[in-house]
Design a protein around this ligand. Structure first.
Ligand code: SF4
Length: 274
C-alpha cells in the first residue's frame, strides 16, 4: 500500500507565532495537522476554545479525551486580542465536544465571535462546531452569532459511524439543516475524510445528504492516523480520485470544494468566502 509522506514541520518557523498566542490552544497542534508549517508561516491558525479535552472519543482523533476543566471566561477576549496582535483578517474557531456543559459551549463560541468583531469590525470568522447534541438553543445561538461561516464536519460516511461512538450520522446531518433553518442566509460548511474504508457510492450519498441541507461548501481530505491508538488507514486515495470527487461535488451544485490528501477542514478557510 502506498503511504503518504508526512510533511516536514520546522518548529523554528513556528516560534514567533506561538509566542503571540501563548496560553491559547490551536487545533493545528492538538490535531497534529500536516499543514501546520505552511499555515503558521502565513499567520493562519485555528483557535481551539473551551479547553483541549474532549468528552467524546472518536477513534480517528488525537484530541485528548477525559474530564475537561470548567470554561475560562477570559478566553473569548484573549482570543480576540491574539487575533488582533496577529493582524488576522479571518479567524477560525473550533472546540472539543463539551457534553459536560449545558449549552455545549455555544455561548462561549458566540462570546468569542463578539469580542473578535468588537476589536476588529472587518474580521471574518468561521466557527467549526460540535453537534451540541442537536440542542436547538445552542444551534440558534451560533447560527445568529455573526460568524460568516458555521461548519460542522460529517467526518465519514454513514456506515462507518461506529468510529464516532457518541455521535450519529443523522444527528450531524440535522445539525447542518437546523443551522440554516435558524438563519437561512448563513453559509454552512462540512468536511469528511477518505481512506477509512468507504465506498464511492457511500461518498456520493454523503455528499448528496450534505448538499440537501443547504450546505454549499465542503472539504475532503485523506485520513492520516495521528497515533497508534487510532484506527488504521484503510487506503491512501490518489490525487485523481480526489479530483473526481471534487468534480462530482461541483456538478452536484457545491460552490466551494477543497479536495486533496492534505486538505483539512480549516485549510485555506478564508478561500471559502464567496
Ligand atoms: S468529538 Fe471532535 S474533538 Fe472530540 S474526539 Fe471526536 S473528532 Fe475529536
Amino acid at each position: 500500500m502506498q503511504v503518504l509522506k508526512k510533511k516536514k514541520i520546522n518548529l523554528k518557523d513556528l516560534s514567533p507565532l506561538r509566542r503571540k498566542i501563548s496560553g491559547l490552544n490551536t487545533v493545528c497542534t492538538h490535531a497534529r495537522c500536516p499543514n501546520i508549517s505552511e499555515c503558521f508561516s502565513k499567520g493562519h491558525l485555528t483557535f481551539m476554545i473551551a479547553g483541549s479535552i474532549c468528552t467524546r472519543n472518536c477513534l480517528f482523533c488525537s484530541v485528548k479525551t477525559g474530564d475537561p476543566d470548567p470554561l475560562n471566561s477570559s478566553e473569548p477576549l484573549r482570543v480576540a486580542k491574539a487575533a488582533k496582535r496577529l493582524k488576522l483578517k479571518h479567524a477560525v474557531l473550533t472546540s472539543p465536544t463539551r457534553d459536560d456543559i449545558a449549552d455545549g459551549g455555544a455561548g462561549h463560541f458566540t462570546d468569542t465571535v463578539r469580542h473578535l468583531k468588537n476589536l476588529n469590525s472587518r474580521i471574518t470568522v468561521e466557527v467549526l462546531i460540535p453537534d451540541f447534541k442537536l440542542d436547538p438553543g445552542a444551534l440558534k445561538k451560533v447560527s445568529l452569532s455573526g460568524s460568516e461561516i458555521v461548519s460542522h464536519n460529517m467526518e465519514t460516511v454513514s456506515r462507518l459511524y461506529a468510529i464516532r461512538p457518541q455521535a450519529s450520522y443523522e444527528r450531524s446531518i440535522s445539525v447542518l439543516k437546523k443551522l440554516r433553518e435558524f438563519n437561512p442566509a448563513l453559509k454552512t460548511k462540512s468536511g469528511f475524510m477518505l481512506g477509512l474504508g468507504e465506498t464511492r457510492q457511500e461518498v456520493l450519498r454523503l455528499m448528496r445528504d450534505i448538499f440537501d441541507t443547504g450546505c454549499r461548501m465542503i472539504s475532503i481530505g485523506q485520513y492520516l492516523r495521528p497515533s497508534k491508538e487510532c484506527v488504521e488507514v484503510v487506503k491512501y486515495v490518489d490525487e485523481n480520485e480526489f479530483a473526481e470527487y471534487k468534480e462530482e461535488a461541483l456538478n452536484m451544485g457545491f460552490r466551494v470544494v477543497m479536495s486533496g490528501a492534505y486538505v483539512r477542514s480549516s485549510y485555506k478557510s478564508q478561500e471559502y468566502l464567496f
